[in-house]
Design a protein around this ligand. Structure first.
Ligand SMILES: [Zn+2]
Ligand SMILES: [Zn+2]
Length: 437
């Protein structure tokens, strides 16, 4: 009995070792093609919701692999489905948009592309968030899943999403029937390249990983007049200044220190000349949180403070300030504990514990959140794959404030390591989630 269990275990270990070796070899063989694709995407970036070339190219590639491919989902998104026997449905998502940033990396394949913002303004365009590594990984993963169909059972829904940087694309795809026209997922996974981890290191953050982000515009009205006769005016600059100061108490006095929250007034505009009291001042705020209760506390508090300060200043009812929350706003991204723990363990066993760390939550935004929020019974995780070249990491002594961040014109991830690591991680995650019965 003992002998047969031992023999069985040995056989299992041997077979999983063989498949790990086959997987690594397969990815290695694919890398020249994936790197050529990456350099091509990097040199030809496309702005949010204007992705045309990227999805067309990728749709053609996955169609050749035997996926059922639907284009123009949520304007420019691609959905590629592969059904491979009984089992759960796994959604694998990559975002594909670039940013209005002028590239300064000096890479031989740096972008020289000019694009147009929604208001028609011309702008340089760059893959400054590394979504080009996400797209290359998406294809790398599709290639492995198609080539190693004997290793898994279930359905894979590969989603190439537009418009992440405007937090619009995920919702656009959902509104266009992502969960009704295609197999509805039980599991959701994605990754993002990280400017705060050394190349090839994977970070998994359990629970909240990215924040609710609201942009709040406040117009503080006043009664303008001559600077020499303040008694005849209601000065909006003094009132707006009081509002800015009072807003600081939301995080420091009303919020529990155990719930992360940010209220930043990033813009304050008023007036034209020293001796004129203007009739309005404009404030723009970024408001960030994780928990929905915290978000409500901050947004309700802003409305209350803005109105309360205006009343205290004696502003007449018809000159009350206005508070507008810009749409779309971003909802916090939540990694469900069970799946994030499962992936941490799996990646540790596959890559070695030294290549897997617990990632830190950040106050940036991601619209990957929308897929889980559309159905919270599902399990969801977005993980990080480090992209900082080792020499640069060592030179900065791991101090990430000395390194270019995501969205920086200097951000140049070590793409080969990011793409090969992420492809391997995505594929082993798929094999594990879609384990044969
Ligand atoms: Zn970004
Ligand atoms: Zn991004």
């Amino acid at each position: 009995m003992k002998i047969s269990i031992a023999a069985g275990l040995a056989a299992m270990t041997l077979s999983s070792m063989t498949s790990a070796a086959t997987l690594a070899e397969g990815i290695k063989a694919d890398m020249p093609q994936l790197m050529a694709l990456y350099r091509d995407l990097h040199a030809n970036p496309e702005l949010s919701m204007q992705e045309v070339r990227t999805p067309a190219k990728l749709a053609a590639e996955v169609r050749k692999l035997g996926f059922q491919v639907t284009e123009h989902v949520g304007k420019t998104g691609v959905v590629a489905v592969m059904k491979n026997g009984p089992g759960p449905v796994l959604l694998i998502r990559a975002d594909m948009d670039a940013l209005p940033v002028k590239e300064e990396t000096g890479l031989p394949f740096a972008s020289k592309v000019m694009g147009k913002l929604p208001d028609g303004t011309a702008t340089p365009v760059m893959h400054a968030c590394g979504h080009d590594t996400h797209v290359a990984t998406w294809l790398g993963t599709a290639r492995r899943l198609a080539a190693m169909k004997d290793q898994w059972s279930g359905t894979v829904v590969m989603v190439l999403q537009p418009g992440e940087e405007l937090v619009m694309g995920a919702q656009a795809m959902l509104d266009d029937g992502l969960f009704t026209r295609f197999p509805k997922p039980d599991y959701l996974i994605a990754f993002h390249d990280a400017a705060t981890l050394p190349a090839g290191v994977i970070g998994v953050t359990p629970g909240y990983v990215l924040a609710n982000v609201d942009t709040v515009n406040v117009v503080v009205k006043g009664v303008g007049g001559h600077g020499a006769y303040p008694q005849n005016t209601k000065d909006p600059i003094v009132l707006a200044s009081r509002i800015v100061t009072s807003l600081q108490t939301l995080v420091s006095r009303e919020n529990t220190p155990f719930n992360p929250a940010v209220v930043t007034v990033g813009s304050f505009h008023a007036g034209t000349k020293s001796n004129i009291i203007p009739d309005q001042a404009k404030l723009a705020l970024t408001v960030r949180s994780y928990a929905p209760e915290t978000r409500k506390l901050l947004l309700d508090g802003i409305r209350r403070i803005v109105r309360g300060e205006a009343i205290a200043a004696g502003m007449p009812d018809d000159r009350m300030p206005t508070v507008e929350i810009e749409q779309p706003s971003a909802d916090a991204t939540y990694n469900t504990p069970e799946l994030s723990a499962r992936l941490t363990k799996l990646f540790g066993a596959h890559f070695g514990a030294d290549r897997v760390v617990e990632g830190q939550p950040v106050m940036a935004a991601e619209d990957f959140s929308r897929y889980w929020l559309a159905d919270k019974t599902k399990q969801s995780t977005i993980f990080w794959v480090g992209g900082v070249p080792k020499a640069k990491w060592d030179a900065a002594n791991g101090d990430t404030t000395k390194l270019p961040a995501l969205h920086s014109p200097l951000w140049a991830p070590e793409a080969e390591t990011v793409i090969s690591t992420a492809t391997e991680a995505m594929t082993v995650a798929a094999f594990d989630i879609l384990k044969k019965g």
